[in-house]
Design a protein around this ligand. Structure first.
Ligand SMILES: *[C@@H]1O[C@H](CO)[C@@H](O)[C@H](O)[C@H]1NC(C)=O
Ligand SMILES: *[C@@H]1O[C@H](CO)[C@@H](O)[C@H](O)[C@H]1NC(C)=O
Ligand SMILES: *[C@@H]1O[C@H](CO)[C@@H](O)[C@H](O)[C@H]1NC(C)=O
Ligand SMILES: *[C@@H]1O[C@H](CO)[C@@H](O)[C@H](O)[C@H]1NC(C)=O
Length: 277
């Protein structure tokens, strides 16, 4: 009888430990937010959000928590915090949903000094989103590329390679059916947002800000992309508000407040068609 009691006692403890830890895991990682059942909050994966500690690992872990069995995941960057990120690319491949939401309500900042960026000599972009099909990027958050020290880098010796080395702030590449809404982008080292090799990208209600004398800080650059719309957006930068590179077509841009900045510019117009401005 005594052994039986002990046995049950041990069993009970084990059950408590088991349910306790599994509940904790679930509670702390998924499902605690008001954004739907499959919300992953970067805070639950080790991101701190004090603006000083590198939060890249927390963001990576949160993103890795999404797998092909997650139906409509929301990747949440909560408000009231500042997250420091090294260059980071989110690739949809392992998170194989056609309805992914990036809810960015907090502030995301880049490292201040170019020499501390972890991308050797050539950072193509700071934050990248690749291979998505069905992506919603939204929220009241701010994405600040801390471009100030990049702008000060002397390009006297080699203007071209110097400009090439500067990273784009936020890049969406090889993706389709993307909408991006509400966010603020500030002080990118080079262009703030780039759409590359993508189809059906719709941007609205964005605010893009950098000083009028910041070099090469285009607001939005469109490259080899089709069916892109940009509406109701305010852009104040040191270079073009919107620039359209080659291989782009079906571009619809309306209601842009632009300035300071150089307006809307398209290069190689012959390969573009159906521009509505
Ligand atoms: C897409 O995901 C969002 C956020 O989770 C959800 O509100 C919406 O209903 C989903 N849409 C579809 C078509 O599943
Ligand atoms: C352009 O995008 C819209 C909205 O995503 C979509 O309904 C439409 O079919 C697309 N048009 C083309 C030509 O891809
Ligand atoms: C742009 O703003 C106008 C006026 O406020 C509004 O009617 C329209 O729905 C908005 N369009 C988009 C795509 O946000
Ligand atoms: C361009 O977008 C505006 C605003 O959404 C819309 O009213 C207009 O019909 C679009 N033009 C074309 C040619 O699709």
């Amino acid at each position: 009888m005594a052994t039986l009691k002990i046995f049950f006692f041990v069993l009970l403890i084990q059950c408590t430990i088991f349910t306790g830890s599994s509940r904790q895991l679930k509670k702390s990682n998924i499902n605690i937010d008001s954004y739907g059942d499959n919300t992953v909050n970067v805070i639950s994966f080790g991101a701190i959000g004090d603006g000083k500690k590198d939060d890249s690992k927390g963001f990576k872990r949160a993103w890795d928590a999404c797998d092909s069995s997650t139906p409509s995941p929301t990747f949440l960057v909560p408000q009231g915090k500042t997250f420091l990120l090294q260059p980071l690319t989110f690739n949809r491949k392992h998170c194989n949903s056609n309805n992914i939401t990036f809810q960015i309500d907090g502030r995301i900042i880049a490292p201040t000094k170019p020499s501390t960026w972890e991308c050797n000599t050539n950072c193509h972009h700071w934050i990248g989103l690749m291979n998505f099909d069905g992506l919603h990027i939204q929220g009241s958050g701010t994405i600040n590329g801390q471009g100030d020290n990049w702008w000060k880098l002397s390009c006297k010796d080699n203007q071209k390679s110097c400009q090439l080395r500067k990273p784009t702030g936020f890049m969406i590449g090889h993706s389709k059916n993307v909408d991006i809404k509400g966010l603020t982008f500030e002080d990118s080292p080079k262009m703030h947002i780039a759409f590359e090799d993508s189809t059906s990208i719709h941007a609205t209600q964005l605010t893009i800000k950098a000083p009028g004398n910041s070099p090469n800080t285009d607001g939005i650059h469109i490259q080899r992309s089709t069916n892109v719309s940009i509406h109701n957006t305010t852009i104040q930068t040191g270079d073009d508000c919107i620039s359209i590179g080659d291989g782009s077509k079906y571009i619809n841009i309306t209601n842009i407040e632009c300035g300071p900045g150089h307006g809307i510019r398209y290069t190689l117009l012959q390969s573009s068609s159906f521009l509505v401005l």
